[in-house]
Design a protein around this ligand. Structure first.
Ligand code: ATP
Ligand code: MG
Ligand code: MG
Ligand code: MG
Length: 480
């Protein structure tokens, strides 16, 4: 099945189950100071769950453009290295707002995967919340367990702890246990080597989580205590690209038709070849991933810039340019040339890519020009540092200055030094980095939640974002 059809099948399935199909919310969020980008399908329904707004429909389904590069969900460093975490991805989801609960959510998820998608039942594992012995003293999710037992052999049901199987919106608000569905995509030969069950939950790269069913049945009060919600909700999220991987019988999201046209175009433009050298493979995957994140955010109206969400987008684009520069030898702008094929592959589902194509191309091309210039200047400065240096080790503070003031990426510095038989004083670099972090982070806190419910009686002042190369973080508010 082609990815286009898989997406339609999902929406069609839930439409038949009386769900209202809605459009994806923008990926870039403009009106929520606690969240820069949509990172899950449920974000746009937050007000329903908090009880602040009455939903127009009790059942909704959609595919949502998500970006996970900051805050609680930051998958940036995974991208390219593994084959199933993206920065930008589509999350298929179905919701019940005080309507159906575990029984239907579980039965329908199973029906969709096994009957509509035809996924082999033996390859599916489900997880159930095991309960907790902490202050919450939560019981095992027996209700979900019994429902699963009716459809899945017990050997394919696993228990998970609070970290994996209990979802919370933030410090306060609706929360509840969840059941995840994982698919074992290992070959028969590999399966024979190790038994499957112990491999779920990311212990094996080919036992992949595809769907998370969250059952919101509690409310966490301001004092930290849980109370039962009068109206219970369902919130599910399934990775579209991962589902395509499973359905198309391939071992990597990048081998699905969501990505192959983009990868072929990268190979042509950069005269490289995917699948031979791991460093090149990673670079190609990073570029194929990042072009989506950047294009979708420009289509949403978020241009690369020096602050906030725009800065995150600029860093993502620069990261891709750098991978090309270092591993594919691209010394000219090339990313903008991928927009065409991206808009061909995804423009039908997301027309904004087609209507904004020219703008996206122009913006990316301009960014590429200016960053390539930075790279050129940085190389000259690094040459000067190297020739003035005594000994084999380069001063970490100098490298930090190059990174901090000129935007010259540190891993590129390290790579060039390595090629010249030199080393980097990493300690010195870390110290300089830490000093800078301390300066910008003082009196502010880091967001680790999907969002935070701001206390009304606390006066707060926005202090901006702290965005670092390896760890994009959102610094929120300082109490005043
Ligand atoms: P993982 O454990 O693989 O990081 P998760 O538990 O963080 O996933 P959820 O927050 O439960 O993910 O999101 C619901 C679904 O979205 C997941 O089951 C997965 O299929 C998909 N998903 C999550 N993160 C990504 C990502 N970075 N790229 C692609 N798909 C993702
Ligand atoms: Mg994750
Ligand atoms: Mg997970
Ligand atoms: Mg999950």
């Amino acid at each position: 099945m082609k990815s286009q059809e898989i997406r339609s099948e999902f929406l069609e399935f839930f439409k038949k189950k009386q769900h209202k199909i809605v459009a994806s919310a923008p990926m870039v969020i403009k009106d929520d100071p606690t969240l820069m980008f949509t990172n899950a399908g449920m974000n746009q329904f937050k007000e329903f769950f908090l009880g602040n707004t009455e939903p127009k429909y009790a059942r909704i389904a959609d595919t949502q453009k998500c970006l996970r590069v900051s805050g609680k969900h930051n998958d940036l460093e995974e991208v390219g290295k593994d084959t199933y975490h993206h920065t930008m991805f589509e999350m298929l989801g179905n919701w019940s707002f005080g309507d159906y609960f575990k029984k239907e959510a579980i039965a329908w998820a199973w029906e969709f995967l096994t009957e509509v998608c035809g996924i082999d039942r033996d390859t599916l594992y489900v997880t159930v919340f095991e309960g907790s012995n902490d202050a919450d003293n939560l019981e095992k999710d027996v209700e979900a367990l019994n429902l699963w037992k009716e459809i899945v052999p017990e050997s394919q049901i696993l228990f998970g702890n609070k970290k994996d199987n209990f979802w919370e919106m933030g410090d306060q608000g609706p929360c509840g246990p969840c059941s995840e569905i994982h698919v074992d995509i290992r070959s028969a030969a590999e399966k024979a080597k190790i038994s499957g069950a112990s491999l779920v939950n990311n212990d094996h790269p080919q036992v992949v989580e595809i769907w998370n069913l969250v059952f919101m049945q509690y409310n966490r009060k301001a004092n930290g205590q849980l109370e039962s919600l009068p109206a219970k909700h369902v919130d599910t999220g399934m990775g579209f690209e991962r589902l395509c991987m499973v359905m198309q019988g391939v071992q990597s999201n990048y081998d699905t038709d969501v990505f192959t046209p983009i990868i072929r175009e990268i190979e042509t433009i950069t005269n490289s070849s995917y699948g031979k050298d791991e460093k090149v493979n990673i670079a190609i995957r990073v570029i194929a991933d990042h072009i989506r994140a950047v294009s979708f955010s420009i289509a949403d109206g978020q241009l690369p810039s020096n602050t906030g969400a725009g800065y995150v987008i600029r860093r993502i684009l620069r990261r891709a340019i750098r991978y090309g520069f270092t591993f594919l030898d691209t010394k000219e702008p090339f990313m903008f040339r991928l927009v065409n094929v991206l808009s061909d592959t995804m423009g039908k589902a997301f027309p904004e890519l087609k209507s904004q194509k020219q703008l996206i191309e122009n913006v990316i091309k301009e960014e590429e020009h200016s960053f390539l210039k930075t790279l050129d200047q940085g190389l000259v400065l690094l040459d000067t540092i190297i020739s003035n240096n005594k000994g084999n080790q380069i001063d970490g503070r100098k490298a930090f200055e190059l990174y901090d003031t000129y935007g010259f990426p540190i891993d590129l510095t390290a790579l060039i030094l390595q090629e010249r038989g030199l080393t980097l004083d990493e300690k010195g670099f870390d110290v300089a980095m830490q000093e800078q972090k301390d300066r910008s982070r003082s009196a502010s806190e880091i967001s680790k939640e999907d969002w935070t419910v701001l206390s009304k009686d606390l006066e707060q002042e926005f202090v901006g974002y702290d965005l670092l190369e390896t760890n994009v973080k959102l610094v929120k508010y300082r109490k005043v």
